[in-house]
Write a protein that binds this ligand. Structure first.
Ligand code: SF4
Ligand code: SF4
Length: 156
């Protein structure tokens, strides 16, 4: 009886399920060859912005560190030859960070942003101390609409 049920009910049911999905578009991706486009508001690895002339936007005011609920940001300020303040050291501990985006919200200089980079796994804890140089390097090319938004925000 069991064999009859297997052959005439279970097998056709299984084949039907296979056939049903055979011609559908696959939902899986060939990662890492095919990468997923992240949502516009996705919060990944941070980056630091610069002015058009190449000077750093960050003035080491410490507001981002004060807003950080995970105490993940460390910085040390200094002054350049023009007497302008900048961050001599600026580090984010990515193991502590919870990617809440509060640092981005708190920054009055629009210097720090959370990007779309999500591939930064490692087996060495030290590599998760993300330095200023790495953050500057990681910044994407600014899109024209972002420049416009910046200017509008500055007016209001
Ligand atoms: S994203 Fe949140 S937790 Fe991470 S550094 Fe910024 S404020 Fe801190
Ligand atoms: S990133 Fe922004 S909030 Fe943080 S220290 Fe620099 S200027 Fe201040």
């Amino acid at each position: 009886m069991d064999i009859i049920r297997t052959v005439f009910i279970a097998f056709p049911k299984g084949f039907y399920t296979t056939l049903k999905h055979l011609f559908k578009k696959p939902v899986t991706r060939k990662y890492p060859y095919e990468r997923r486009e992240m949502a516009p508001r996705y919060r990944g690895k941070h980056y630091l912005e610069m002015y058009e002339d190449g000077t750093e936007r960050c003035v080491c005011c410490g507001l981002c560190a004060a807003a950080c609920p995970a105490d993940a940001i460390f910085m040390e300020g200094a002054e350049n030859e023009k007497g302008e303040r900048y961050a001599r050291i600026y580090e984010i501990n990515l193991l502590r960070c919870i990617f809440c985006g509060f640092c981005e919200e708190a920054c009055p200089e629009e210097a720090i942003f959370l990007g779309h980079e999500y591939e930064f796994s490692d087996d060495n804890r030290d590599s998760f101390i993300y330095t200023k140089e790495q953050m500057l390097e990681n910044r994407p090319k600014e899109k024209p609409f972002k420049t416009i938004i910046r200017r509008v925000r500055r007016i209001f």
